[in-house]
Design a protein around this ligand. Structure first.
Ligand code: PLP
Length: 373
């Protein structure tokens, strides 16, 4: 060990990011889609991978042309916004897309800004690219409005503003006028992370509609959640071609394997069955929010596939008590809150039974919580 050079000063003592991967019956801690691919889809993936294997002696299509065209078709269907395939940039999860964005538009001496509580990975993208990162708090109900963004930008426009909608871990979506106002005020890049867009409630609009008018806007999406493809690692950015050109500069060549591209295309071809499950998860989510509130707990309105709820006097104890009952949730957001991903109807029922036991325990809830049930 003595011969090992010390790592970068700013990395010493840090732990790698990641929620515990604990093998318990009900895992509701990482916002995965609880439905495994159908037998039919898994067969189709097998065939597509076998086909891709025949060309594995060659590097993959560096520009993922076929996948980008499929994604463009899907987006037109999903959001009513038709963008050319060249406006789409796929990579290994939206995590890698964000690294490309920070690599191209962040960097030493540059500033990125997010609105807390929010996705903790933004801090890591900033760290890895030597970008400064600052968070500004959301409102009391975790909402974000145009005035708050403007106030945050009074000292000067950050090089990257990240607006997460629906936000993780709160589930909060933001009105489009916040994005429009941010784009108008910013001299840098504005990223709207729409990882959970497909779970939004009726009346919530995607920022895709704003791309035409805002040349510095980037919308990011992922197949990890709605498409039940977290293990496939496919995410993508949608932006004007000049922005995509910048992302192409910092990507590693052949970043997206031929196998990944093939798997993603099969999932897109199965979107009817996959998105039917999203509809089921949305209604399960709404029922779960109503159940939590009827039990006297606080649950934040959610446009995503998870719910932030509380408040617990000692949330770690509540987390452990749920785990002892076979249900894994996430300690996320401010002190007192827990986040639960929406599972299958059976998993949600198990969660409700376990939670009812837990919040009945002495001293579990903050005073005033959990009293109505
Ligand atoms: C889950 C999640 C992502 C998706 O990450 P992938 O790398 O595509 O799996 C992106 N942003 C937020 C806010 C998320 O919660």
């Amino acid at each position: 060990m003595d011969s090992l050079p010390l790592p970068r000063e700013d990395l010493r003592g840090l732990a790698p990011y990641g929620a515990p991967q604990i093998d318990v019956p009900v895992r509701l801690n990482t916002n995965e889609n609880p439905f495994a691919p159908s037998e039919e889809m898994s067969q189709a993936v097998g065939h597509a991978v076998a086909e891709a294997t025949r060309g594995l002696n060659r590097y993959p299509d560096r520009e993922a042309h076929a996948l980008r065209a499929d994604l463009a078709d899907y987006l037109a269907e999903e959001s009513g916004v038709r963008v050319p395939a060249e406006w789409i940039w796929p990579a290994n999860g939206s995590n890698e897309v964000m690294m490309h964005i920070f690599g191209a538009f962040g960097g030493p001496g540059r500033l990125a800004m997010g609105f807390a509580p929010t996705y903790s990975m933004y801090e890591q993208y900033a760290r890895e690219t030597f970008t400064k990162y600052r968070t500004v708090n959301r409102g009391p109900d975790f909402e974000l409005d145009a005035a708050m963004v403007m106030a945050a930008m009074i000292g000067g426009s950050p090089d990257i503003v990240v607006l997460t909608s629906p936000n993780n871990p709160t589930g909060t979506a933001m009105p489009l006028d916040v994005v429009t106002a941010t784009c108008a005020m910013s001299t840098g890049i504005v990223v709207v992370d729409e990882a959970y867009a497909e779970f939004r409630r009726p009346g919530t609009t995607s920022s895709l509609a704003l791309l035409e008018a805002n040349p510095r806007l980037i919308v990011t999406r992922t197949m990890s959640k709605a498409f039940a493809l977290a293990g496939g690692r496919i995410g993508y950015a949608i932006a004007r071609p000049e922005v995509i050109e910048a992302l192409r500069i910092v990507r590693l060549p052949y970043h997206l394997s031929a196998v990944s591209q093939a798997v993603a295309r099969v999932a897109l071809a199965h979107r009817t069955e996959l998105l039917a499950q999203v509809a089921l998860l949305r209604s399960e989510r709404d029922e779960l929010v109503a159940w939590l509130r009827a039990a006297g707990l606080t649950a934040v309105d959610s446009d995503a596939n998870f719910i932030l709820f509380g408040r617990f006097a000692d949330r770690h104890r509540a987390w452990q008590e749920l785990l002892d009952r076979g249900v894994l949730v996430r300690e996320a957001g401010p002190e007192g809150w827990l986040r639960v991903s929406v599972g299958t109807p059976d998993e949600n029922a198990t969660f409700r039974t376990a939670l009812a036991e837990v919040f009945a325990l002495d001293g579990m809830m903050e005073p005033g919580e959990g009293s109505a049930g």
